[in-house]
Structure formats: C-alpha cells, structure tokens
Design a protein around this ligand. Structure first.
Ligand code: PMP
Length: 403
C-alpha cells in the first residue's frame, strides 16, 4: 500500500486506482486464469475520463491555449469527460459548457450542474456529422464565443497519452503481486491497537510482501493461486479509444509484454469493430443501445486500432446483467460499460470462448479489465434493480417464514 500524503487539491486525487481480483464470477464460469479489474471510479470525478480531462486542461494551460480567468472550456462528451473537465474548471476557475446527447443519465447531468457547468442537450440519434449532434453543436457554439476552447477529446493526443500512467499503475500492481487479504491486515490493526500495544507497522506477524515472496502460492489465505508477472490479456470498452490505445500501446512495449493480447469491446449498434462485418445489425435491432460511453459511428483519431488484436460485440441486456453481478457477487459498484467489458472478458475467456485455450484455461495468467465508471452515474436506471431483492415494509413481513 502507498504511503498517504496530503494532496493539494481534488485534481491530485486522480490516478493510483486499485486493481482488484474477481473472486467469484470467473470461477463460476470455469475460467482458470486470474481476472482483475482496474477500478477507475475511484478517481475524484468518478471515472476513467478524469485522467484525460486533467491532462488536456493542464497541457492547454501550459502551452497558452487556455488563459485562466478568461478562456471558456466547451466540450462535446458522453458525460464523464464533461464531469472531469467541470471538476478541473471548478478548481482552476474556468467557465465550462458541456454538450451531451439526451441519452446520457440524469445523474451525470446533475453532477455537471452541481460542479457549476452549463449543460446543453442534443438529440441522441443525430449522427456525428449531423448539425444537431453534440460535436457539431459544440463547434458552432465555440465559433460564437471568442474565448472558447474545445480541448477535443476525439483528436487531442493527450487523451491516449494520459493512459500511459494508467498502464504503469497496472504493471506496478501486477509486479507487486497480491496484497494480504483485508481480513489479515484488519486483524493486525486491531491487535496493534488493543491487546499487545504494538505499533501497527511493527506487529511481528505483519511480514512485508515482496514480489519474490508473494509470487506463487498465496500463503496468507492458504490458496495455491499463482500470478504471472505480466498482463497476458487486456480488455477495455472503446469510445474515443483513448483508454484502450494508451494502455495497450504501453503494455505491448518490449519492456513489458509484446504478446499481450488486447480485446476491444464495442456495443452492437456501433461501427468501431473490425472486421467491419461484425458491425452488421442482428435481426430486429434498430442500432440503438442504452449502455453509455462506448461505441461510435465514426473512427476518432484518438483510437489506434493497430493495438487491438480482436473485437467483441456486446448487447445491453448481458452488459447490465454483468454490471449487477459485479455489484452483487464481487461488491464492485461499477456502471454499464464496465458490465459490457466484463461480459466480453468472461464470454471470451470461458470454455467455448475464443480465448479459452490460449488464456482462460491457463491458471497463473493475468487478464485485466478496465471498469470506467461507477453505478452512481446510473442509480435511478431501471436496469440496476431489475433482479434485486424486493423492498418490504415491516407490516408485510411474515416473520415466521422470512428467509
Ligand atoms: N465507459 C464510459 C462510461 C465512458 O464514459 C467512456 C468514455 N467515453 C468509455 C467507457 C470509453 O473510454 P474511451 O473514450 O477512452 O474509449
């Protein structure tokens, strides 16, 4: 665990997010390799996009494109980049205007407005080059405001390069290996505080875990789980492509794992996947989808398809099933696009999936999935509670037979 320090502001609380093992879902599907999730909802604004918002804004300040107290930040987004930018603008003192399609959740809009941003909604069905789209509306608006700057996440190289740090964090965690289970460290803490009056950090049984001592059998919980020292498979949903392009290009470098297999996740209805035949709509689909933040009808310049080895198409219902499974089975409060990414990972790695023989069947290999945002962005969505336990009033409970 990292030493804590006083952070100067909320923008500094972006990055250093946890990489967490899944302990139930992969095992229940017959997957033998380790599946871990990079939990980006721990960032200050609640999503992976805080990283690019911070980098794009600070870089623009540095090169003089943004002038504090004068410039106005305008950005077309599916919401999370907007929240990251609105947070940065609140801290650095810029007026912020966010243009987002009507499909995006009320939770995101309310968060944006709470951060002081002005919000403009555009029709969801407008294609990217339709004058009514969020991208075209933002450009038109910027032309009318002399101090407006569009940082432009679809073309800004700081979008993918912000994720080199995300990749470094993943590599660092993989090479450190598993931390002691929380029950062990909590017990050390309690012993230190009460009975033996040992200072917490010198409790005799709190053995330091070095990469060498913890790789291989996990002595602390008696399991024989092993971990390779690399990321063998990397899985992420694709919107602007900044996340997958930035992380994958770093993971595939010669000093980590040039053979790291990268699976891109694209919803049915989007046109990003290759081969393009994958994007044909199934019978009965009108091409619309409810999962937010992934998929486009054009290739953003920030997406480098060369680093993606294979694509997997996802559909809404299974994405939401997997978001609920992450919450209920693993206690991980992830949103809809996280459900899509984990759904793709599990179907691809499990017996019968395209990645089972080479990866899913091999214990010790590591698959890492990015979880871009939290269920808190979707808390009023009907899909969240569709198989939750019923809510009862005391008067309705049959106490004798209550299970
Ligand atoms: N999931 C969510 C919820 C998002 O907001 C985004 C960003 N559009 C993504 C996934 C995809 O990230 P990227 O734009 O880096 O491809």
């Amino acid at each position: 665990m990292r030493p804590q320090a006083i952070l100067p502001d909320a923008l500094s609380a972006v990055g250093e997010t946890p990489l967490i093992q899944l302990n139930r879902i992969p095992q229940s599907e017959g997957i033998k390799c380790n599946v871990m999730v990079k939990c980006e909802f721990f960032n200050a604004g609640g999503s992976v996009k805080d990283r690019i918002a911070r980098r794009m804004l600070l870089q623009a300040e540095q090169d003089g494109t943004l002038i504090p107290g004068k410039s106005i930040v305008i950005e077309p987004t599916s919401g999370n980049t907007g929240i990251g930018l609105a947070l940065a603008c609140a801290i650095r003192g810029y007026r912020c205007i966010i243009v987002l399609p009507e499909k995006m959740s009320a939770e995101k809009v309310n968060t944006l407005r709470a951060l002081g941003a002005e919000v403009i909604r555009t029709p969801t069905e407008a294609a990217h080059d339709d004058p009514r789209s969020n991208i075209m509306t933002a450009r038109r608006l910027a032309k009318t405001m002399p101090d407006a700057v569009i940082l432009d996440q679809y073309n800004n190289p700081n979008n993918p390069t912000a994720h080199w740090a995300t990749a470094e964090e993943i590599i660092e965690a993989i090479q450190a290996g598993p931390a002691p289970p929380s029950s062990t460290s909590l017990l050390h803490g309690m012993a230190g505080l009460s009975l033996d009056k040992e200072p917490l950090d010198s409790a005799a049984s709190a053995r330091p875990l070095t990469p060498d001592s913890n790789r291989g059998a996990d002595e602390l919980n008696g399991s024989t789980q092993t971990f390779s020292d690399k990321v063998d498979v990397f899985i992420a949903g694709v919107g602007t492509g900044g996340t997958i392009s930035g992380i994958a290009s770093r993971l595939k470098r010669a000093d980590h794992n040039p053979n790291c297999f990268v699976l891109g996740v694209d919803p049915i209805g989007s046109d990003l996947a290759l081969p393009a035949t994958l994007n044909a709509l199934p019978e009965g689909s009108d091409g619309s989808y409810k999962v937010e933040g992934i998929g486009y009808d054009f290739d953003p310049n920030t997406l480098n398809k060369k680093v993606i080895d294979e694509w997997y198409k996802t559909e809404d219902e299974q994405s939401f099933v997997y978001a609920r499974r992450l919450i209920k089975d693993e206690g991980i409060l992830a949103g809809g696009s996280s459900g899509a990414a984990v759904n793709a990972a599990i179907n691809w790695l499990k017996p019968g999936g395209a990645g089972y023989d080479k990866f899913g069947s091999k214990s010790g290999l590591n698959a890492v999935v990015v979880l871009p945002d939290s269920i808190r962005n979707y808390i009023t969505k009907p899909w969240l509670v569709s198989d939750a336990k019923p809510e009862l009033r005391e008067a309705e409970i049959d106490f004798a037979n209550f299970q």
